[in-house]
Design a protein around this ligand. Structure first.
Ligand SMILES: C[S@@+](CC[C@H](N)C(=O)[O-])C[C@H]1O[C@@H](n2cnc3c(N)ncnc32)[C@H](O)[C@@H]1O
Length: 194
């Protein structure tokens, strides 16, 4: 879903496919809940997201394959200018569900208020030794636009070390949010303590 304040240039930028953008959401990708995953409560008391929810594989998932597209509100993300929402606020700035879609064009996708199962993917830190999946930019063949997806880590020597050997049924799907996410988190919590 596009934010109404996305500019014409930003809409145009989303329609340009970089030659190296190989990952795709296929044109026949089914609508509705995915049969590949389940959203489940985290009941393991040692899990850092205990009492929250997480995303789990409902079937074995092949290395490198699309698990679920990442849906959300596609919005401008330049805090100095156009990130204001229709009411004049900055609703996406503090979201824990916001991912870059096109940094050059200042476009991000935020699943905090509108999204699908992908918004329940947790970070691997404290939950597992390594991630088994990743957020990956892709080309959405249904819309002819850039998109974001959760993909199983690809197979391959380096990738197997990182967890890229496919995902077993029942396993939690875990990505890396990146160090930046947690640094920002620490910064915000130290600011609120002061
Ligand atoms: C995109 S949401 C993931 C879904 C979330 N667990 C839920 O039930 O809505 C991101 C939030 O999940 C929590 N989370 C995810 N991975 C975590 C981890 N490894 N350690 C601590 N909290 C985590 C944090 O609260 C974070 O802000």
């Amino acid at each position: 879903m596009h934010s109404p304040v996305l500019t014409k240039d930003q809409r145009q930028a989303l329609k340009i496919r970089a030659p190296d953008l190989a990952a795709e959401i296929p044109p026949n990708y089914p609508r509705g809940p995915s049969a590949l995953v389940r959203i489940l409560p985290i009941e393991d008391t040692s899990h850092p997201a205990y009492k929250q929810a997480g995303l789990f594989a409902a079937r074995p998932i092949l290395p490198g394959s699309l698990i679920v597209p990442y849906y959300g509100i596609v919005h401008p993300s330049d805090p100095s200018t156009s990130s204001h929402d229709a009411e004049g606020g900055r609703e996406h700035e503090k979201s824990d569900y916001d991912l870059w879609l096109d940094r050059d064009a200042n476009v991000a996708v935020d699943a905090e208020k509108a999204g699908n199962e992908a918004r329940f993917v947790n970070d691997y830190r404290g939950a597992s030794a390594r991630p088994n999946a990743e957020f990956r930019e892709c080309w959405d063949r249904r819309t002819g636009e850039k998109g974001m997806g959760v993909f199983a880590l690809p197979a391959g020597k380096a990738s197997v070390k990182k967890g890229g050997s496919g995902i077993k049924k029942g396993e939690e799907i875990l990505v890396s949010y990146g160090k930046g996410f947690w640094e920002q988190r620490r910064l915000e919590s130290s600011e609120t303590r002061q």
